[in-house]
Design a protein around this ligand. Structure first.
Ligand SMILES: [Cu+2]
Length: 179
């Protein structure tokens, strides 16, 4: 719906050199070579930290649609004060939306309360990668840059995984339903 319209509006804008470089640099396939284990939220997913914010379990389900995907992760805020994710960029998309499945719309920010965490997942908040620049097979890595209201920026590599390898229960089926 809303983010499909945005994809149409914004697709075809500038394609970054960084996108091409990231795809070339990340083709080792280490993540894909590791067989998925039951209930394993393990080390193949992306982790990064900056300031008092941490990102864990960053991953991208191998997109079912050719040009639209999603990114999932969990943000932990170790500070006392509230923070919020206010912008995101990706190496493979010039149009990343902060999306709320419950509102079926893009949102201005995703809150991460002080001392708390926010999970970005298919049935809640997540990142929509619109106008993906080329195929995104399992084993590739999407470089995400996350900007928070506090001014903190976190860069994290999110491996592309087959949905069955990364999804908990049928989460990815729920996600594709809203496209
Ligand atoms: Cu979505």
């Amino acid at each position: 719906m809303t983010h499909t319209d945005a994809a149409h509006r914004l697709a075809g804008m500038t394609i970054t050199v960084a996108a091409a470089l990231a795809l070339t640099a990340c083709g080792s396939g280490d993540a894909a070579a590791r067989p998925p284990a039951e209930g394993d939220t393990g080390p193949e997913r992306g982790t990064a930290a900056a300031g008092e914010l941490r990102v864990e379990d960053a991953w991208v389900p191998e997109p079912a649609a050719p040009d639209t995907g999603a990114a999932y992760l969990t943000v932990f805020n170790d500070a006392a004060g509230d923070d919020a994710l206010v912008a995101a960029r990706a190496s493979v998309s010039d149009d990343v939306e902060l999306y709320s499945t419950s509102r079926m719309a893009a949102v201005e920010e995703i809150p991460v309360y002080g001392g708390g965490s926010t999970e970005l997942q298919s049935s809640g908040f997540h990142l929509m990668l619109n106008g993906i620049d080329g195929p995104l097979p399992a084993g590739a890595t999407v470089e995400l840059t996350l900007t928070f209201a506090s001014g903190t920026t976190i860069e994290v590599g999110a491996p592309v995984l087959e949905p069955a390898a990364g999804a908990e229960e049928n989460a990815e089926e729920e996600h594709t339903g809203h496209h």
